[in-house]
Design a protein around this ligand. Structure first.
Ligand SMILES: Nc1ncnc2c1ncn2[C@@H]1O[C@H](COP(=O)(O)OP(=O)(O)OP(=O)(O)O)[C@@H](O)[C@H]1O
Ligand SMILES: [Mg+2]
Length: 377
């Protein structure tokens, strides 16, 4: 199954309503597990491997704070008169959980609406070839590499289930998409991977303007995410750095975007700890937050010999160093070590199992730089 990034609206609906994998029911003891009929045990092993491949999301402080800020804005935008609306750009390095955050935000938003207003979703059940009467409060789009206006319009149309005949130009597709958003009462539009906008090409700069045009012509709040967006020309409307900010036309345009799109940095964990910089207080706070994340992950493990807390206590530094504070690399290490421990019967995540896991390349590079573990804990 897995939570692949949705390309079509029906996949989004599926993702919203999918439940986290339930932990499989296991015998109480390892002896009981080992004594199972081999066929039964193999199936259970598969179920445990699947479960550890998709450990539930940990609601970090960054996630809750960003979600709360966006929530208030969505309410404001929904009721605001026609005109430009405030949006957000979740910005951070690779593998810090940007996509996970977008999906989580959209999912939580829609689930809440489903709970409060089930009647609004009732019309979604009928047959409507153009899907125009569906209630679709959330839409999700992942940008393709070097997108052009036509590509974005087409992707949105495809996502919404609208026909995309070759004869329809980008303008026409855009009208259909905007019309669909209005009819479907779409109030949150999530756009992932905006670092794919290629500002070195005219097409890329036009596509960037186009996203902002879309945002200005719906009631929806646009929440976008990308890798190191601050370093791209997104906030300066595709223009290079402008020297004379007071007079340049580009500067006004740049101001327009930066005043409408708030940047939400999503940072890796423990950067002061890893660099040995910052105050002791900051480093302590980082260690506490990191350990809270690990403990939450650890609490989800289903291993016979694992004492919850032991991994956090003994491996927090190694996990921080090897992952370079990237939540994606850390979850990969923990999940894979857990799966190794299931396969080889060790049934616990400790140093020996962690040593069996290959680093992903990026975090391995960091590790090779070598760092000193702080003395505490
Ligand atoms: N809050 C979280 N709790 C648990 N796991 C998380 C969390 N955030 C991210 N992950 C895990 O980390 C991995 C990477 O996350 P994600 O793909 O969201 O990162 P990203 O910043 O979008 O990466 P990229 O820059 O490559 O697009 C995923 O496997 C995801 O399940
Ligand atoms: Mg991503």
């Amino acid at each position: 199954m897995g939570t692949a990034v949705p390309r079509y609206d029906w996949q989004w609906a599926y993702l919203v309503q999918a439940h986290a994998l339930e932990p499989p029911e296991l015998p109480d003891t390892l002896a009981g597990y080992d004594a199972l009929d081999p066929g039964v045990r193999e199936k259970l092993e598969d179920a445990r491997m699947d479960y550890h491949s998709e450990l539930p999301l940990v609601e970090t402080r960054a996630i809750s704070e960003m979600a709360e800020t966006i929530r208030v804005t969505v309410h404001g935008n929904r009721a605001a008169p026609t005109g430009p609306r405030r949006g957000f750009v979740v910005d951070g390095p690779a593998n810090v959980g940007k996509t996970t955050f977008l999906l989580h935000l959209g999912r939580m938003w829609e689930l809440e609406l489903r709970r409060r207003y089930p009647d609004r979703f009732a019309s979604n059940e009928g047959d409507d070839p153009e899907f125009l009467r569906r209630y679709r409060p959330v839409a999700f789009l992942s940008l393709p590499q070097s997108p052009t206006v036509r590509m974005i319009a087409e992707r949105f149309a495809e996502y919404l289930g609208l026909p995309t005949p070759r004869s329809a130009n980008a303008d026409r597709l855009t009208s259909k998409v905007l019309d669909c958003f209005a009819r479907c009462e779409t109030e949150v539009v999530l756009i992932d991977d905006i670092h794919f906008l290629d500002f070195s090409q005219r097409d890329g700069r036009v596509a960037n303007d186009y996203l902002k045009y879309l945002a200005n012509h719906t009631n929806a709040t646009f929440v976008m995410a990308g890798v190191n967006v601050k370093r791209t020309a997104f906030f300066s409307e595709g223009s290079p750095v402008v020297d004379d900010a007071a007079t340049s036309r580009d500067a006004y345009r740049s101001y327009q975007t930066s005043s409408r799109f708030a940047r939400m940095p999503l940072e890796p964990f423990g950067q002061a700890l890893l660099s040995g910089k910052g105050t002791q207080r900051l480093r302590d706070a980082e260690q506490e937050e990191w350990c809270r994340l690990l403990l939450a992950l650890e609490g989800e493990l289903m291993l016979y010999n694992h004492e919850v807390g032991s991994m956090t206590r003994t491996l927090w530094w190694e996990l921080l160093e090897r992952s370079d504070g990237m939540i994606g690399s850390a979850t990969h290490l923990v999940r894979t070590a857990a799966k190794r421990a299931i396969r080889n019967g060790h049934e616990r995540v400790d140093k020996s199992q962690l040593d069996l896991v290959l680093d992903d390349y990026a975090s391995g590079e960091q590790r090779r730089k070598g760092r000193r573990r702080p003395g505490s804990r």
